[in-house]
Design a protein around this ligand. Structure first.
Ligand code: PLP
Length: 433
């Protein structure tokens, strides 16, 4: 491992004043070992750490950086917005423009802005319960919807990375109304609705699972979910926090619902729509959204919701995310997927690489399709550790967990891809041992 004295020094100081030295568990290197790297700056596909090392970034701030880092037009728009004042606590124009852009791109007829994906899913569930007058919710094992108490049941992302079976602090009665089912399992969904259908407020699912590694919905699965919900008077909530505005201009819905002619009742967004700032949203059917205060009785609020800087960053990002940007991103992702598979195959590393549009991840030690959480957990995740560190030493920054998705940006050009190409053979050799 390359010595990183400045990162090490900051991490030592951070551990003294912050639990585990990080402000979000997935940033720690618990699953891969070593010191979390403190980044000092980013530009395009590249990050520079506090020791002066440069890396091609395949984390993209865990999804938001669709255009790469420090896009000059986003920086200019944000700079101009900051100069006008940072928060007013009143409605302002950028939040209207961003809401219009989201409504134009997606199935949502109306949206409410919040500041994180967690708030978006938490609020969508409250709204679904308020709208239906029912308490039970359905989620899938391995899907992660933020750290909402009721949704921290068999969750993916950092919960699986750290191997936490459950989270102290969430009382049993809070998850008592949460039904957890295996992903992609139609029979389990039918059975749960047959038993509890008239008590279920909503079913929430990642539009494509990206928090147990990437596990796409089987063809027609999301449509099936929306039909089962409709049959039982429950709302279908599609969590597009990760996929939204990333896998197409309309999110994952652009790959299924938009083409098949159905729409979720509620949908949640985050990550890309904030352009690297804390902005998220939930939206959906007008008749449901109008149950929210002040139009309706379901309370939901936020001091910084629709913040003018965050919404300006998001709006500028989305306006720049045109057909060309998505074509570049998709092409870079496709090339990268081929490069990774070829490098691993050359060293005889058994693996399954799965994608949902341009999002992808690798499952280690299996060559079977991975369709649900138990199969994702059964992979040889230990092979990722030497692979990760070999890539890092060769200047490629990957997510520090085998259970996370790899994020490419529209700024991943030939130079970035060739750095990754040079790093892969050694990393594949390390994973083969
Ligand atoms: N939903 C999904 C699908 C996510 O991937 C995440 C975060 O990774 C969230 C919700 C929570 O978003 P946030 O971390 O902004 O609270």
């Amino acid at each position: 491992m390359t010595p990183l004295p400045a990162s090490q020094q900051l991490f030592d100081r951070a551990r003294a004043v912050s639990p585990g030295g990080v402000n979000s568990p997935v940033r720690a290197f618990r699953a891969v070992g070593g010191t979390p790297i403190f980044m000092a700056s980013g530009e395009g596909a590249w990050l520079t750490d506090v020791d002066g090392n440069r890396y091609v970034d395949l984390v993209g701030s865990w999804g938001p950086m669709l255009l790469g880092h420090a896009h000059p037009e986003v920086l200019a728009a944000v700079g101009a917005a900051v100069a006008r004042g940072t928060s007013f606590g009143t409605p302002s124009e950028p939040e209207v423009l961003l809401a219009e852009e989201i409504v134009d791109r997606t199935s949502a007829e109306m949206v409410r802005m919040v500041s994180s994906g967690t708030e978006a899913t938490m609020s969508a569930i409250r709204l679904a319960r308020g709208f239906t007058g029912r308490d039970k919710i359905v989620k899938f094992a391995g899907c992660y919807h933020g750290h909402v108490d009721a949704l921290l049941a068999e969750a993916g992302s950092g919960v699986v990375t750290l191997g936490l079976p459950e989270t102290p602090g969430v009382p049993a009665h809070v998850t008592a109304d949460t039904i957890v089912l295996p992903y992609n399992d139609r029979a389990a969904v039918e059975a749960a609705f047959a038993e509890y259908g008239d008590q279920i407020a909503c079913l929430i699912t990642e539009a494509a699972a990206g928090n147990m590694g990437v596990v796409p919905p089987e063809p027609g699965f999301n449509r099936f979910l929306s039909e089962v919900c409709a049959r039982h008077g429950a709302l279908f909530v599609s969590d597009e926090v990760m996929t939204g505005f990333r896998v197409t201009r309309s999110g994952h819905w652009g790959l299924d619902g938009q083409q098949e002619g159905w729409a979720p009742d509620l949908v949640t967004f985050g990550k890309v729509m904030g352009g690297g700032f804390p902005a998220a949203a939930f939206g959906g059917r007008k008749d449901v959204m109008e149950q929210l205060a002040p139009a309706g009785p379901v309370y939901q609020a936020g001091t910084l919701s629709g913040n003018p800087i965050a919404t300006t960053a998001g709006l500028t990002t989305l306006r720049l995310a045109d057909a060309d940007a998505y074509a570049r991103l998709d092409a870079a992702s496709a090339r990268l997927r081929t490069m990774v598979t070829e490098a691993l195959a050359a060293e005889g590393v058994k693996h399954t690489l799965q994608n949902a549009g341009n999002m992808f991840s690798v499952f280690w030690g299996t060559d079977e399709p991975v369709t649900h959480f138990a199969a994702a957990q059964a992979q040889e995740a230990w092979r990722y550790k030497p692979f990760f560190h070999a890539m890092l030493d060769a200047g490629v920054y990957l997510p520090p967990s085998a259970f996370e998705c790899w994020f490419v940006s529209a700024a991943h050009d030939e130079e970035a891809l060739s750095r990754i190409g040079a790093a892969l053979p050694g990393a594949a050799r390390a994973a083969a041992r």
